[in-house]
Design a binder for this molecule. Structure first.
Ligand code: NAG
Ligand code: NAG
Length: 378
């Protein structure tokens, strides 16, 4: 703002002189955009820029790049290509590796027309609430349209690199990446929108959100003989500030060394953890002051992808219980057959049925075993 104000007089002077082109050469892109926006007409804007400033090099961009494990995009908008000021359009080129996936996003200010140059895109979009899902394979030479504001994605469905060309009807279309933005909201509110999965689970999932372009579906990767990289970069996640911070005592995503804290999720709910869970859903300020020990999330694999020993233990315990029930049922029926009276079919006494329920009580302590706090919790 300040620079715009101070540069306008300089600019109007510069435009009247042959050295005007030199005067604008030292300007930043932001200053150029600001100056172009206050010029009265299109002829003035043409005069302001050099010839070569009307060409954007998508193969050697200085800005506008989004890099991930599945490829990259290069965007030219009025924010990094001043010649677009006043034109009402912008463009992004996608360089997708095999199964490269432009993750779900919206453009808040533009409709997109996306042309598949030399590969087939799997492309889908969801418009507003109530609208049906639209999905297409877009072969080379075809283009898919994504109306302004819809959530959409494109994946290179082939096993070779491909290029797409996306045109936008706004010079600053904007991009809202769904996963990064959603999980960048205050953790307690994210957890509550997902049926209260627990803040630790929110943090764990958020930490995994890969940069765009990401790697695509399992089906595509398998078909192309690829395995998903375990180290997809995740630097495009929403930065935390005070208002969307993780609760104190839980400063960041679980690292491989911190998997025992994930195991805390399997502790039996105590009155204090129930209370803190309730507080979490009711207010973000109490959530950020309460502990991060909110129960809810359960996954078979822990943070570093290894099977969770507590889940395995739980499965074994349930299997033991089931086998026990089968043995009891067999014993019950064998016993009943042996002592069945002629009228037994119609005169079963309550004691006939009490056995399974009583034996269940006998098993109860065993069932609680998986919920015992793991030894050496944090
Ligand atoms: C598509 O074009 C790019 C750029 O020329 C090239 O790298 C890629 O291999 C091409 N893909 C196919 C399937 O031809
Ligand atoms: C929550 O867990 C952290 C470590 O995981 C621990 O330091 C803290 O005391 C726990 N808080 C409660 C209320 O259990």
């Amino acid at each position: 703002m300040l620079s715009r104000v101070s540069l306008v007089p300089l600019l109007s002077l510069a435009l009247c002189t042959p050295i005007g082109t030199f005067a604008q050469m030292g300007l930043s892109i932001a200053d150029k955009v600001a100056n172009l926006r206050v010029l009265p007409g299109h002829a003035d804007r043409v005069k302001f820029l050099q010839d070569d400033e009307f060409v954007f090099d998508f193969l050697h961009p200085e800005t506008g790049e989004s890099d991930g494990a599945g490829g990259h995009t290069v965007a030219a908008s009025s924010t990094n290509f001043p010649a677009l000021v006043g034109t009402g359009m912008a463009m992004t080129i996608g360089f997708l590796e095999a199964c490269g996936y432009n993750t779900p996003h919206t453009h808040p200010r533009a409709t997109e027309f996306n042309f598949a140059v030399n590969g087939t895109l799997s492309a889908g979009f969801l418009a507003e609430n109530g609208a049906r899902f639209v999905f297409n394979d877009v072969p080379p030479g075809s283009a898919a349209i994504f109306p302004k504001g819809v959530i959409h994605f494109e994946m290179n469905n082939g096993c070779e690199d491909m290029i797409f060309v996306a045109a936008f009807n706004d010079e600053d279309p904007g991009v809202t990446q769904i996963a990064q933005r959603f999980f960048g909201l205050p953790p307690a509110f994210v957890a509550a929108s997902l049926g209260d999965i627990g803040i630790e689970q929110v943090a764990e999932w958020e930490a995994k959100i890969p940069n765009n372009i990401a790697q695509g579906t399992d089906e595509c990767l398998k078909r192309c003989g690829l395995t998903r990289k375990t180290d997809q970069p995740t630097s495009q996640r929403q930065p935390r500030v005070a208002a969307n911070a993780l609760p104190s005592g839980f400063s960041g995503p679980p690292s491989a060394a911190a998997t025992t804290s994930t195991n805390a999720l399997f502790q039996a709910p105590t009155s204090s953890s129930v209370a803190s869970s309730a507080a979490t859903t009711s207010s973000s300020s109490s959530a950020s002051s309460s502990s991060g020990n909110v129960s809810g999330g359960i996954s078979v694999n822990d943070a570093d992808g290894k099977p969770n020993p507590l889940i395995i233990g739980l499965i074994v315990a349930v299997a033991v219980l089931v086998i026990g029930y089968i043995i009891l049922a067999v014993a019950f029926f064998v016993g009943r057959r042996n002592k069945r009276s002629p009228s037994g079919k119609y005169f079963r006494t309550g004691s006939d049925f009490s056995m399974p329920y009583e034996s269940e009580k006998a098993f109860a302590p065993q069932r609680s075993t998986p919920y015992d706090p793991p030894s050496g919790t944090l």
